[in-house]
Design a protein around this ligand. Structure first.
Ligand code: 6LW
Length: 524
């Protein structure tokens, strides 16, 4: 007796986003029953996270495509939200192909290949002839490879050598007057070539439009129903929907991965997790794609789920490698970190003197839940450092220990302040950050999206809150840019050691449970 498709899907539904946190510009491909997906990664190293799924809903990070300095150089002058922009991931001729743009000084467009998407990926093949961001790869029946990129332009390339042929040609570029035609993807479906693009800019006006034509170069006729996806001007909980890619499932159904945000708080609404990856069903009507609903709760696909093991709450650094989810800012020099120096501890050696410094030694993971709790056991006997919530060099909150003190530091734009200080006990200290999303229920126009409590936790779990800070100042609407929060460990002086690091999603209000002693409260 076959498995009823909805079996195993709680309530016959799945939750969107399917990859939460800073995972924008998703590009997806399928090989047999396996799906692979890659996202942009900006100033973070290693870059271009790669995910695997068997059901399009449950995704596991299997690596980062760019995990060697020879593949990814992000010099100190690379601004935050610079670096690696949108990738395209495809499988062709028995190999995986990834093309992306590093907008950092000395970067450019490059192609990488791999036989195993978990890596290792090849050294970069530069494609100097491609002058726009968001490059896409598509192969014609005769093996000709076309690279289409933002603007919307297209050029024939040899992805093996990076050579381009002839001048680029301009293709259909979306609705007249719409800003930023970008994120093109080209597909051969039936008798047509389809050109899918994003337009309207990646903020609240974001949208997806499509056109079709007889050849990879067109001419393209726009879909009469364009934009085929946008949430602009709606009160939908998911906003900024755009930058999409399509994939056909083994059963012939079609699906779209796309980016979107979940703004919180009052007006204008602030998103703190960055642009995340969402999934939507696509049907075809009169030879045009029709995108289904993009909502937090979605009807399950017509196949059994393949749940991925949830990531462990605790990383105790007992291996000589760091899990691919851990990222650093611009680089991670070998001499800056070790899990062998003191076995079972992550030892970080300071480079920059604080999170303000582009070269700070930082190892963090993307915040993926509106409410979560982070803890770490920190030994700063040989230095100064702690736990930080980072958006960029000018927007971060941290709790650090060193020189006999525990301090909470808040940096928002030009304002930098040690908002609370306490004498530190001798020996390792448990530092804790609770992120509490503001309940949607009691909305008021100036409501913060969330609140961050930073403090010390004793061995009985009693949370001594040194400061409570407004989360809007660590949002993209305030800081600007393309990224979201990354929460992690840093060393600002000497060597700081971390025995373990916990990341735990919480239901807002859960943090109330544990006994808390309130410290400095900083309202807006
Ligand atoms: C991405 C492009 C974009 O490459 O921002 O706003 C870039 N749109 O499509 C970084 O996400």
């Amino acid at each position: 007796m076959g498995v009823a498709p909805l079996d195993g899907w709680p309530g016959g539904m799945f939750a969107n986003p399917v990859i939460a946190g800073l995972h924008p510009d998703p590009s997806v491909c399928r090989v047999g029953a396996d799906y692979y997906l890659a996202c942009s990664s900006f100033e973070y190293f290693p870059g271009v996270p790669v995910f695997h799924s068997r059901d399009l809903v449950h995704w596991q990070q299997i690596g980062n495509a760019l995990d060697r300095p020879s593949q990814l150089l992000l010099p100190p002058q690379t601004p935050s939200s610079g670096g690696v922009y949108a990738p395209t991931l495809r499988h062709h001729d028995g190999r995986f192909w990834l093309i992306t743009t590093n907008v950092a000084p000395g970067g450019g467009t490059a192609v990488f290949t791999a036989t195993d998407p978990a890596g290792p990926w090849s050294e970069p093949v530069a494609v100097p002839g491609v002058t726009g961001i968001d490059p896409d790869l598509a192969w014609d029946d005769d093996g000709t490879c076309w690279c289409t990129y933002a603007g919307i332009e297209q050029i024939r390339i040899d992805p093996g050598t990076g050579q381009t042929f002839g001048p680029p040609r301009r293709l259909w570029s979306g609705a007249p007057g719409a800003q930023a035609p970008e994120a093109p993807h080209l597909y051969r479906v039936g008798d047509h070539w389809y050109l899918l693009i994003a337009e309207g800019g990646t903020e609240r006006g974001h949208a997806v439009s499509v056109a079709r034509g007889p050849t990879p170069g067109g001419p393209f006729e726009p879909c009469p129903a364009n934009p085929v996806l946008t949430h602009r001007g709606t009160n939908r909980p998911i906003q900024n929907t755009g930058h999409a890619d399509l994939v056909e499932a083994p059963d012939g159904s079609w699906w779209m991965v796309l980016l979107g945000v979940r703004p919180g708080g009052g007006t204008p609404g602030w998103h703190v997790l960055g642009r995340e990856t969402f999934l939507a069903p696509v049907t075809w009507v009169d030879g045009w794609p029709v995108v289904g609903d993009v909502a937090p709760d979605m009807a399950a696909p017509p196949w059994p789920p393949h749940p991925a093991a949830p990531p462990p709450t605790r990383d105790d650094f007992d291996s000589d490698r760091l899990h691919p989810r851990w990222v650093s800012v611009r680089s991670r020099p070998d001499e800056s970190w070790s899990t062998m120096d003191r076995a079972g501890w992550l030892s970080l050696r300071a480079a920059g003197g604080s999170l303000d410094d582009p070269a700070v030694t930082f190892v963090g993971r993307r915040q993926q839940h509106p409410s979560c709790r982070v803890r770490a056991l920190v030994d700063a006997a040989e230095g100064r450092g702690g736990v930080a919530v980072r958006l960029d060099e000018s927007h971060h909150y941290e709790i650090e220990v060193g020189d006999g003190q525990v301090r909470v530091v808040a940096r928002t734009a030009a304002v930098r302040a040690a908002v609370a200080t306490r004498a530190a006990q001798a020996g390792p200290v448990r530092l804790r950050v609770d992120v509490l999303a503001s309940p949607r229920g009691d909305w008021h126009p100036r409501q913060e999206p969330d609140t961050l409590r930073l403090g010390i936790e004793d061995a009985d779990g009693v949370f001594d809150v040194l400061a409570e800070l407004d989360g809007r100042y660590l949002s993209t609407e305030v800081a600007g840019g393309f990224t979201g929060r990354v929460i992690g460990m840093y060393a600002a002086a000497g060597t700081v050691r971390f025995d373990w690091f916990d990341y735990e999603p919480t239901e807002h209000g859960a943090a109330q449970g544990s006994s808390t002693r309130a410290g400095a409260i900083l309202a807006p």
